[in-house]
Ligand binder design. Structure first.
Ligand code: TA6
Length: 279
């Protein structure tokens, strides 16, 4: 069976042995294994009871990234901390695809008051032998235009050392340095301290070295920006759903449109996503 529901999650199994798991809570992908190796990081201390966003996996940030002074939503919005509806398998030839939905009538009134728009999100997760695709479609069911951010907050696992290639010459906002702006001069971005950067208008693919001769390609589709984050020592110690030492074996490389608002006209749809491939 290519996809089955178990314990409030959907488990996808590909004939090649590759496997993925998506929690209905937040439609958060919490596992993706290729060649028997888990490629996605989830903290051992992550809350899995729906009390808060899962610390790890691929949380979906929508309709905001970070916090906004004029929008009274929790950080990164409501999509990652609400239960989504499982919409079933959409195809299972060489690609096992499943779909999830969230619409305005399915989120708490408090969130609807903070972001008073009629919307419908559809999230499609597609597993092949060596890749996973995660794509979101936003439907504006209002008559008027609305604007939003969205980002796939991907936590990568098994990082003995990490290097991110494909950001050279991109301007970035350094959130660890008072949001000062810089231009990336390095061919590879490596991590040896707290890093929290929003790289803007990143063209081309990103290549993530996670050590052990493993390279993961990140292909963005209609997502302009890339966030790179590692909390490092002090931030790790400040998070109660993250182990003090876990910063050593994870990195977040996050495809999103966050530097600017995405504007969507009434009745219009917008689709974006990423394809992760183990090379
Ligand atoms: O994507 C990086 C970031 O915005 C960091 O600033 C850090 O806050 C991280 O997201 C995790 O946010 P969370 O709300 O999940 O603790």
């Amino acid at each position: 069976m290519p996809a089955k529901e178990f314990n409030k999650a959907i488990i996808l199994e590909h004939p090649s042995g590759s496997r993925a798991e998506v929690a209905l809570f937040g439609a958060t992908l919490t596992s993706w294994s290729v060649g028997g190796v888990e490629r996605i990081f989830v903290s051992k201390q992550a809350k899995r009871d729906g009390s808060k966003a899962i610390r790890g996996g691929i949380p979906i940030c929508f309709p905001i990234f970070g916090t906004k002074d004029t929008i009274a939503l929790p950080q990164h919005g409501f999509a990652r901390n609400n239960y989504w509806e499982y919409l079933g398998i959409v195809s299972d030839n060489d690609e096992v695809s499943v779909r999830f939905g969230l619409k305005d009538t399915q989120i708490p009134q408090e969130a609807r008051n903070a972001w008073p728009h009629s919307f419908r999100l559809t999230y499609t997760v597609s597993l092949t032998s060596g890749s996973i695709k995660t794509f979101i479609t936003v439907k504006n069911e209002d008559e008027d235009t609305f604007e939003f951010n969205t980002l796939l907050h991907t936590y990568f696992n098994d990082v003995t050392k990490s290097a991110v290639e494909g950001l050279t010459s991109c301007e970035y906002i350094d959130k660890v340095n008072n949001a000062a702006k810089f231009t990336e001069e390095n061919k590879k971005v490596t991590i040896n301290k707290e890093v929290d950067r929003v790289y803007k208008a990143v063209k081309g693919d990103i290549f993530l070295e996670v050590g052990n001769d493993t390279l993961i390609k990140i292909e963005k589709s209609n997502l302009k920006d890339t966030v790179v984050w590692n909390p490092w020592v002090e931030k790790a110690e400040s998070m109660n759903d993250f182990g003090n030492e876990e910063y050593k074996n994870m990195i977040c490389v996050e495809a999103g449109s966050v530097a600017d608002w995405v504007t969507l006209g009434g009745g219009q749809t917008w689709t974006a996503g990423q394809t992760l491939t183990v090379l």
